[in-house]
Write a protein that binds this ligand. Structure first.
Ligand code: ZN
Length: 366
C-alpha cells in the first residue's frame, strides 16, 4: 500500500498498537465485515459470480493484499498485481496456469502506484502480453517513486523533513529509505493505456464504471458495477483501517485530506447495499456507515490537532500527539506525512497559522 521498502525487522520490535499509526481506535469499528473467512494465500476463490479473489502475501505489517480477477468470455481481467517478491512470482506462476485453461489474461488494471498494487505488473505483462491500464497520475507517480532520486531531489526531501522538526537521526533514516534501486524498480511498466474516472470497463456484457479519487494516492481508481452493486475499492476505503493520507516532499503544500474526505462523500452516494471488495481485509457491506466512521475519525484528529496547537507546535510534535513517539521507520514515514496532511488541511481552512522558519511552526487561530 505504501511507497516504501519493507522494514519488518524494526516493526517486529514494536508493540502491536504502534505498528500502524493510521489504525486509530476511531477507525477500527469493524462491525461491517460480512465475510471474515478469506482465501488462503495463492488460493483463487469466487466471491460473487465471475469475480474472484486472489490473496497474496506482502512483506510488511498489512500482511496481505486482495487482488480481484474478473472472468469474461475472452478470459480474464486482473485488478492489481501484488508486491514484487519470490513468493508472489511462485503464486502467480501457478495461478496463470489455472487461468490459461479458461482463456487468456487480456487486461491488467492497477488501482494506484503503491508497490503492493503495481509491483508485479511488469512481470505479469511479460508473461501474458495483456494490456496494462492505469490512470495518468498514478502512472507518472510510479515512474517517479521507483526511480532513484537525484542529488537535488534528495536535498529537497532533506529540507522538507527538517522543516517538520524531525531529529537528525530520523531525517537520515528516512532519507536512507529512498536511496537506490529496489526490486520494484524492475517491475514498473514503461507503457500503459490511460484510464480515468467516468470510463466504463466492459466485462462479460457488464459495465464497470471507473471512479478516480485523491487522498491516499493522486488518482486512485475504483470500479463500480451498478447493476450488481459491487465496488472494487482498492485502498480508497478499507474495512478495518484508515488508508494513509500523506503529504510528500514533491508537493509540500498539498491538501490530500480534503480530497480524501470528498471521495468518502462520493462513495456514500453509491447504492446503500453495495458489496465492497477491498484490497486489504474482508469484503463488507455498509459502505455509508464505514465512510461515516472514517470521516468522524479524521474530524476527531483535526479537533485534537486544533487543541494541541493552541500552543505553537511543529509537525513532529503534532505527529507524536497523534501517533505516539515509538514509531518504526516505516511508521515514522507514514505518521509524519499524515500529521502534515492534517495541518495542511487546517491551514487551508484558515484555522491554523503557519510560520515558515527553518522548522515550520503551527498555531491555532482563535
Ligand atoms: Zn495504497
Amino acid at each position: 500500500m505504501l511507497n516504501t521498502k519493507p522494514d519488518k525487522e524494526s516493526e517486529q520490535n514494536l508493540p502491536i498498537d504502534r505498528q500502524a499509526p493510521f489504525q486509530s481506535p476511531a477507525y477500527r469499528e469493524n462491525h461491517l465485515v460480512i465475510a471474515n473467512e478469506r482465501p488462503e494465500f495463492g488460493e483463487l476463490r469466487e466471491v460473487v459470480s465471475g469475480v474472484y479473489c486472489l490473496k497474496m502475501p506482502i512483506p510488511f505489517v498489512l500482511d496481505h493484499i486482495n487482488l480481484w480477477l474478473l472472468k469474461d468470455v475472452e478470459g480474464w481481467v486482473i485488478i492489481d498485481t501484488g508486491f514484487y517478491s519470490e513468493a508472489a512470482i511462485s503464486i502467480w506462476q501457478k495461478i496463470l496456469n489455472t487461468l490459461r485453461m479458461e482463456g487468456s489474461i487480456h487486461k491488467i488494471l492497477v488501482t494506484h502506484f503503491h508497490p503492493d498494487h503495481v509491483g508485479m505488473a511488469q512481470w505479469l505483462i511479460k508473461q501474458t502480453s495483456a494490456d496494462f491500464l492505469m490512470s495518468q497520475q498514478e502512472f507518472m507517480a510510479a515512474q517517479t517513486a521507483y526511480n532513484p532520486l537525484s542529488d537535488e531531489q534528495i536535498g529537497l526531501r532533506r529540507t522538507f523533513l527538517e522543516q517538520m522538526g524531525l531529529s537528525t537521526d530520523q531525517v537520515s533514516c528516512l532519507l536512507k529509505r529512498k536511496s537506490g534501486s529496489t526490486e520494484n524498480d524492475r517491475s514498473i511498466p514503461d507503457i500503459y493505456q490511460c484510464i480515468e474516472g467516468g470510463d466504463e470497463l466492459q466485462v462479460n456484457g457488464e459495465s464497470w464504471t471507473l471512479y478516480s479519487f485523491s487522498g491516499h494516492s493522486p488518482e486512485h481508481i475504483c470500479l463500480y458495477n451498478a447493476q450488481r452493486k459491487i465496488l472494487i475499492a482498492g485502498d480508497q476505503v478499507l474495512p478495518a483501517i484508515s488508508p494513509n493520507i500523506s503529504v510528500s516532499f514533491t508537493e509540500p503544500e498539498a491538501d490530500p485530506l480534503a480530497g480524501y474526505l470528498r471521495s468518502l462523500s462520493v462513495l456514500s452516494t453509491l447504492d446503500k447495499e453495495v458489496l465492497v471488495l477491498p484490497a486489504h481485509g474482508g469484503v463488507f457491506t455498509g459502505l455509508r456507515e464505514r465512510a461515516k466512521i472514517l470521516i468522524e475519525g479524521h474530524r476527531k484528529d483535526l479537533d485534537k490537532v486544533l487543541v494541541f496547537c493552541q500552543q505553537t507546535r511543529n509537525v513532529k510534535e503534532v505527529m507524536e500527539e497523534m501517533f505516539g513517539d515509538k514509531l518504526s521507520i516505516l511508521n515514522l514515514f507514514l505518521a509524519s506525512g499524515e500529521a502534515l496532511a492534517h495541518l495542511n488541511y487546517l491551514v487551508a481552512k484558515g484555522k491554523i497559522k503557519r510560520d515558515k522558519a527553518n522548522v515550520y511552526r503551527y498555531t491555532t487561530l482563535s
